[in-house]
Design a protein around this ligand. Structure first.
Ligand SMILES: [Zn+2]
Ligand SMILES: [Zn+2]
Length: 104
């Protein structure tokens, strides 16, 4: 059992799989995570206004790699060379669209 609460992240060709320390498993479409990037380039900080137009993100976007940031977040390196997005684990978990999470 993972005692440090860092989820296990696997990058697949068409999805990003996350195994959470509590046993929950999430599967994300790469584009879906990419368009939810919360960095200053994608979301205007003071107004929370979205600056990223989802239409400009390729359907074939992939995560090339990722880094764990501190103990609270993951930074994906996307195939469109967007590297600045840091996704807190809490935020990613809320983006899970599985049946269990979407009925809560
Ligand atoms: Zn971004
Ligand atoms: Zn879920």
């Amino acid at each position: 059992m993972n005692s440090n609460h860092i989820p296990d992240i696997q990058i697949k060709e068409k999805s990003i799989e996350i195994n959470w320390p509590d046993g929950h498993k999430s599967s994300y479409n790469p584009k879906y995570l990419r368009i939810h990037c919360g960095c200053a380039e994608c979301v205007e900080e003071w107004s929370n206004r979205k600056l990223l137009d989802p239409v400009t993100v390729s359907e074939n976007i992939q995560a090339v790699d990722y880094l764990i940031v501190g103990r609270y977040a993951v930074q994906f390196l996307w195939s469109d060379e967007h590297y600045t997005g840091i996704y807190p684990f809490e935020t990613i978990r809320k983006l899970c669209k599985c049946n269990e999470c979407s009925t809560k």
